[in-house]
Design a protein around this ligand. Structure first.
Ligand code: KE4
Length: 436
């Protein structure tokens, strides 16, 4: 397949305006293509498994807006629900029925949630869950794992993943040492280190927060028994276990990793899929813990647009559609089809490539034969090897994440023939890769 003669004039023109009006031209750093170079296409529209830029170039999309679009872009169920909702008013700042219905569905789906609170992003969800854990336990320390990303709340921007992994910044400027000092960071997949930390400071630890399947520094699948061990250790020391299921929630199973692993966290956080592409986050847990939140309890948490009726309608449409379609069986089928189609082609790469996958989430681990289970085990030259690969794919109309550390997503709009196209495009990319 010849490299498409991609015209970028409109994107270049609009993005140069963007760079004058917005820092880096973006509203979120990883979109700026700094890790892969070049100018990001400015997207005009999207439908199903495709996105189209302002120059009319169309791309087969495996970013899916970083996970939310599990039904595909502009799905009819979401468009109709949002249109109906917004005609009734965009925001009330008061209880609304769809907020209750979505909360009831989340509680129905997620085994560890007896109550939930809605917010407007995954960051707000994890920030609020941690404040609640500190309020409930009366303790200050939080434990996170290097490479796990839980949004950009100050105390969590320590050895994070996602954009921070992409930029190689172990932590962010602007975070006072006093804030970061209450966060302990350990490597994933190292239980002796966790046991030792708890032996030393367990009485001060409010919570351990983890992406139960880390997907922001590559897809770092946990070893058998690892999550169970986290549950045991936190329970022994009276610390809460927080599953950050912003990516995995409602995607890998109705009840996320909680359902797949059978491990019950004390709190779980959600985002992405639960909003169907609109700004929704949520956190949930036992009634006993959740009732510590204002207005019932003394842990304050609030938000003008939390439980927004239009966003709630979108989330409800997505979860309802997933349920009726028995979507998770189909998403697993599609994930298996992608893996079967890609494995032979990965062998043609000019360096080792391992495929990590869980359900409809996948990641190519470059320059290694075994998918890493910790950020420290990701090949140090993964970013360099990924850069030319990314552009070869993009120039052939296939959109993967502009970072070696972000995962790919499959939606219900994807078909097996899309994976054939990805495989063919990868083969062409290997042929022209500088490592060849
Ligand atoms: P948001 O605040 O971006 O809605 O969610 C933060 C967050 C929390 N927890 C996990 C496990 C997450 O993956 C995220 C956000 N994910 C990144 C990319 N993997 C969002 C992309 C971006 O920052 O633009």
């Amino acid at each position: 397949m010849a490299v498409k003669n991609i015209v970028h004039d409109e994107s270049e023109q609009i993005f140069s305006r963007a760079c004058r009006a917005l820092p880096g031209g973006v509203s979120s750093p990883v979109r700026a293509f700094r890790a892969v170079g070049g100018t990001p296409p400015v997207i005009a529209r999207a439908a199903g498994a495709e996105i189209e830029d302002v120059d009319g170039n169309r791309y087969l999309d495996f970013v899916c807006s970083w996970g939310p679009l599990i039904l595909g872009h502009a799905h009819q169920a979401v468009v109709e629900a949002v249109t109906r909702a917004v005609r009734r008013g965009s925001s009330f700042g008061a209880p609304c029925e769809d907020e209750v219905a979505l909360a009831e569905k989340v509680i129905d789906f997620y085994p560890a949630a007896e109550q939930v609170r809605f917010v407007s992003s995954g960051t707000e969800a994890t920030m609020s869950a941690i404040r609640l854990a500190r309020g409930v336990t009366g303790r200050d320390l939080i434990v996170k794992f290097s490479g796990c990303y839980h949004g950009h709340a100050d105390h969590l921007l320590v050895a994070a993943g996602s954009g921070l992994a992409t930029f190689g910044q172990p932590s962010s400027a602007g975070v006072p040492e006093a804030f970061a000092g209450l966060t302990r960071v350990l490597p994933l997949d190292d239980l002796p280190r966790l046991e030792a930390l708890f032996a030393e400071e367990g009485a001060r630890i409010a919570a351990v927060i983890i992406e139960p399947v880390p997907a922001n520094n590559g897809l770092l699948l946990p070893r058998e028994g690892y999550l169970e061990a986290l549950r045991r250790i936190t329970e022994e020391h009276g610390a809460l276990l927080i599953f950050d299921e912003v990516i995995s929630g409602f995607r890998v199973a109705p009840g996320g990793l909680c359902e797949l692993s059978g491990v019950m966290p004390d709190l779980a956080t959600f985002g992405k899929v639960i909003g169907g592409g609109l700004p929704v986050g949520a956190f949930g847990g036992s009634r006993e813990i959740m009732r510590q939140l204002a207005p019932e309890g003394d842990v304050y948490q609030a938000g003008t647009l939390s439980g927004n009726p239009v966003a709630m309608a979108a989330g409800l449409a997505v979860l309802t559609h997933l349920q009726h379609e028995d979507a998770w069986r189909r998403l697993d089928e599609l994930g298996a089809a992608l893996e079967e189609r890609l494995l032979p082609v990965l062998k043609n790469a000019p360096f080792p490539v391992a495929l990590a996958r869980i359900g409809s989430i996948f990641w190519m681990a470059l320059n290694t034969n075994d998918p890493p289970r910790a950020a420290e085990a990701v090949a140090p030259d993964a970013g360099d090897l990924y850069r030319p690969l990314f552009h070869s794919l993009l120039n052939r109309g296939v959109n993967l994440a502009p970072s070696a550390f972000e995962v790919g997503f499959i939606s219900l709009a994807h078909r097996e023939e899309h994976f054939d196209r990805l495989a063919e495009t990868l083969d062409a990319a290997w042929a022209e890769h500088p490592a060849r």
